[in-house]
Ligand binder design. Structure first.
Ligand code: DC
Length: 217
């Protein structure tokens, strides 16, 4: 038996930071499903594979190896890509890649397997709706696009990645639109998910709120 906390929401809502902190405090394994989509997008960029080359995508999916270490390091086919998957070319390519049914089917399998038999806090877009519809706790984290862009720019700066606010804001708006209008597993709040608007809350306040929600279950 495993205990599953599903955290869904748009890019930059704070899912990554919050999930990590809540996971550490409550002893839950933290799983970032966006990173798995980013790995597929990066692998396609490395191999020069176009979005409509289904056969070639199938081939890389058959042999892809994605490892998530406890310290947050992500390895793609043996290479440390933790920083690389946050760069702009991957940011811009990952949303169309995440729409592809073959990619989603493969990663659904990967994500369920990673959580098997563990107590996890898993963040993504469709965790409470598709990956774990029977999750013990479901939370939908949100914030305005402008606030989310501000946070992404700051986060990138800390990681040494230079980017402009306008570029990031436009990227966020484009991704929101694509993520919520795609046919398979769109970004949407599960009926039984608790909605948390983080626009005017500090990280500490959000973490406290979520821990309270989990502990009350
Ligand atoms: O959370 P993120 O920005 O790292 O996610 C990268 C992309 O992957 C984003 O465009 C949406 C997609 N994604 C998804 O479709 N389903 C998930 N469970 C997680 C991410």
């Amino acid at each position: 038996m495993s205990f599953i906390v599903a955290i869904d929401g748009p890019a930059g809502a704070g899912k990554g930071t919050i999930t990590k902190m809540v996971g550490e405090k409550l002893g839950l394994v933290n799983i970032d499903t966006g990173a798995t989509f980013r790995c597929v997008a990066l692998n396609m960029l490395q191999e020069n594979i176009h979005i409509d080359e289904e056969e070639k995508i199938k081939e890389i999916l058959e042999k892809i190896d994605i490892q998530m270490e406890h310290d947050g390091t992500i390895h793609l086919n043996g290479e440390d890509v933790t920083k690389r998957i946050r760069e702009n070319d991957v940011n811009n390519f990952v949303s169309p890649v995440s729409v592809l049914p073959i990619v989603r089917n493969k990663l659904l399998e990967v994500q369920r397997k990673i959580a098997e038999g563990k107590n996890v806090i898993m963040e993504g877009r469709d965790i409470g709706t598709v990956v774990f519809p029977n999750a013990d706790v479901k939370i939908y984290l949100d914030a305005t696009p402008e606030e989310r862009a501000k946070r992404r720019v700051l986060q990138n700066k800390e990681k040494g990645i230079e980017c402009s606010y306008e570029e990031v804001l436009q990227g966020i708006k484009d991704r929101d639109k694509r993520d919520s209008t795609r046919e398979i597993a769109p970004l949407k709040r599960a009926k039984d998910a608790i909605y948390v608007d983080t626009t005017n809350l500090s990280i500490k306040q959000v973490v406290e709120k979520i821990i309270e929600i989990i502990e009350n279950k």
